[in-house]
Design a protein. Sequence first.
Length: 158
Amino acid sequence: MIVLDVLLPGKGGIELIAELLEVSPQSKVLMLSSSAEAGTVERALEAGATGYSIKRATDTDLIAAVQAVAGESNYVHPELGAALATGRRAATGPLSPRELDVLRLVALGHTNQEIAKELFISTRTIEMHRASIMRKLHFDTRAQLVNYALANGLIGPA
């Protein structure tokens, strides 16, 4: 079994799945990511991943993921399963279009003042959007925001 992060230096984890399975077709791939976006999960599964779990999963959930994938079963973290089962592909997940704009600019390294100027809104509004984004995504750090933006195609790798 191979455990991959969606975000890896150079080539991303999803892109590596096909290469790994070509070399070792019997291998099972469990993706591990901070992204809970249905689109990212779907891309990983379509690429050949056997399972997908989120980094904030409990110890019990991570053990279940490893056991399922190692035991020849598919696994998707329970938090993600409902969206996939109903066929919903959430291009933006829980974020509004304006929050996505703010997230993209934050991930690119812009300050609140620069973002406010670019989006023609107040700095206070940017602060409110950032707080909302962090709350909705259950993130604590700017690095998590950057990883999320990369994993969901809001920014490209450097």
